[in-house]
Design a protein around this ligand. Sequence first.
Ligand SMILES: [Zn+2]
Length: 247
Amino acid sequence: MRLTPRVRLVGSGRAGAGLSNPYDCHVYLIDGGGPLALIDAGAGLEPERILDNVRAGGRDPADIATIALTHAHADHAGGAAALRQATGAEVLAPGDAAGWLADADEEAVSLPAARRGGTYPADYRLPPCPGAASIGDGDVIPVGDLRLRTIATPGHAAAHVSFLLDGDDRRGLFGGDVVFHGGTVLLLSTPDCSIQALGKSLRRLHALDFEALYPGHAGISRRCGRRHLDAALREFDAQRVPRNYYA
Ligand SMILES: [Zn+2]
């Protein structure tokens, strides 16, 4: 699904457009005019559907040079190993999450509890993704003639980043699970979720210049992305908790 000249949606689960496996987050393809990048990787249950969507858009998965993950929750990162194997891309993950993925550290990403709670199938496992490299605040990831700037945005998870895309016909923010349509957020009862950190991250994003908001789930905003961030910040300004978005 084409979103802008340089951004396509190639994966999306039951909380989105239903383009790939129901457990997948939104997976975005960035076209750098040669090399390609994926933002997030889905759950890994049917990675071939994501690759089929890349091909359906006229692009060759072998040109995917980078898989940049916003965080290591399984719906975003579980597909990294299979997509890396299929494409040869380098997998980038925020901070300690790179090591968790390399070692398939399910506890670190709160997967056993999520599995027990029915968020994932009982037989779902996080596959190890050897060679995943760590990225952090300020890192710039080149994608052909485009640039992705990494912004640390802890809150939904401690190891969480967003990516600001420069070089498309508009600036876009890939926010992972930091903020959603209508100013909703996704606060979890996981040990590393922090509402205070989330508020600070949203204020940080507010200071950036961007137009499109490409979240990890639900509604995508190609032109008016800031209004969703503004709506969440109004709640923080009033010392309230924004409404939670439930997939
Ligand atoms: Zn998440």
